[in-house]
Design a protein around this ligand. Structure first.
Ligand code: NAD
Length: 256
C-alpha cells in the first residue's frame, strides 16, 4: 500500500519540493496551499509520478479549517502516515514598527497551525501505530536575526513543540522532528530580499551577499532536494528512533 503524506504549503517552494520527492517515492500526496493554481499543480505531480493526489486550500489561520483539512485527507486516502508542517510566512521589520497583525499572523501560521494539525492527526496515527510528523522550522529556530522578532519566536516555538510531540508519540511509533534550513530561494525569500533591502537601506544584491548568505559558510542557497531528502529519511519505517531532533541544513551557519 502506498503511504499518504499531507504537506501544508505544498503548492509553492519547499513544500512543493518535498511533494515532488515523496511522489517520486510512491507516496500519495495531499497538496495544500493558497496558490490559485494549486489543483493543477497537484494534478501535474500526480500524473507525472502516477500517484493519487488531492488538493485543499484550507486557511491555516483557522483551527477548524486545519481540522477539516486533516479529516478530508483521511477520508480521501483512508490513512495519513506522514504530516509535514511546512507552510509559513515572513515579515521583516524593526520591532518598534512591527505591526501587531503581522506578528499575530506569523505566530498563527508558522507555529499555532503546527499544533492544530499535529493534534488533528494524532488519533489516526495512534490507531495506525505509525506516524511521522516533520516540522519545517528554520535556522531561525535556533539562531536569531534582527528584524525577525515574530518569525524567530515562532520557529523556536516549533522546535519546543517538536520535542514534546516526540515524547508523547514514542509509545505509539509516532515520531516528530524538525528540519532547520538556512536560506532557500523560494517565493518567501524573494519577498524577504525586498523587505530586508528596505529595513537595512541596501540594494537587493547587497542583501543577498551581505545579509543572507553572510552567515552561511557555504555561499549557496540550500537546494530544495536536500530538504526533501531529509524529510524522506525521517518518514521511513526504520526511522523510529529518530525523534525529538532538529536537523540543520544551514551551510554551516550555526557551526559558528
Ligand atoms: P513559500 O512562500 O514558497 O510557500 C509557503 C506556502 O505556505 C505556500 O504554499 C502558501 O500558500 C502557504 N501558506 C501561507 N499562508 C497560508 C495560510 N494562511 N493558509 C494556508 N497556506 C498558507 O515559502 P517557502 O520558502 O517554501 O517556506 C516554506 C517553509 O519553510 C516555511 O515554514 C518557512 O518558514 C520555512 N523556511 C524557509 C526558508 C527559505 O529560505 N525559503 C528557510 C528556512 C525555513
Amino acid at each position: 500500500m502506498n503511504k499518504t503524506v499531507l504537506i501544508t504549503g505544498s503548492t509553492s517552494g519547499i513544500g512543493l519540493g518535498i511533494a515532488n520527492q515523496f511522489a517520486k517515492e510512491g507516496y500519495n500526496i495531499m497538496f495544500h496551499g493558497l496558490e490559485v493554481n494549486g489543483a493543477e499543480i497537484a494534478k501535474e505531480v500526480g500524473e507525472k509520478y502516477q500517484v493519487k493526489v488531492a488538493f485543499s486550500n484550507a486557511n491555516l489561520l483557522q483551527a477548524e479549517a486545519i481540522e477539516a483539512l486533516v479529516a478530508e485527507t483521511i477520508k480521501i486516502f483512508g490513512a495519513l502516515h506522514v504530516l509535514v508542517n511546512n507552510a509559513g510566512i515572513q515579515f521583516v521589520s524593526p520591532i518598534e514598527d512591527f505591526p501587531n497583525s503581522k506578528y499575530q499572523n506569523i505566530i498563527a501560521i508558522n507555529m499555532n497551525a503546527v499544533f492544530y494539525a499535529s493534534k488533528a492527526v494524532w488519533q489516526q496515527m495512534k490507531k495506525q501505530k505509525f506516524g511521522r510528523i516533520i516540522n519545517v522550522s528554520s535556522v531561525h529556530g535556533i539562531r536569531a536575526s534582527e528584524y525577525k522578532s515574530a518569525y524567530v519566536t515562532a520557529k523556536h516555538g516549533v522546535i519546543g513543540l517538536t520535542k514534546v510531540l516526540a515524547l508523547e508519540g514514542a509509545p505509539f511509533n509516532i515520531t516528530c522532528n524538525a528540519i532547520c534550513p538556512g536560506y532557500v530561494k523560494t517565493p518567501l525569500v524573494v519577498g524577504q530580499i525586498k523587505d530586508q533591502a528596505k529595513a537595512h537601506g541596501m540594494t537587493e544584491d547587497e542583501v543577498v551577499e551581505k545579509v543572507m548568505l553572510k552567515k552561511q559558510a557555504v555561499k549557496q542557497f540550500v537546494p530544495l532536494e536536500a530538504i526533501a531528502d531529509m524529510a524522506l529519511l525521517l518518514a521511513k519505517e526504520t526511522s523510529t528512533t529518530i525523534t525529538g531532533s532538529s536537523f540543520v541544513l544551514d551551510g554551516g551557519w550555526s557551526a559558528q
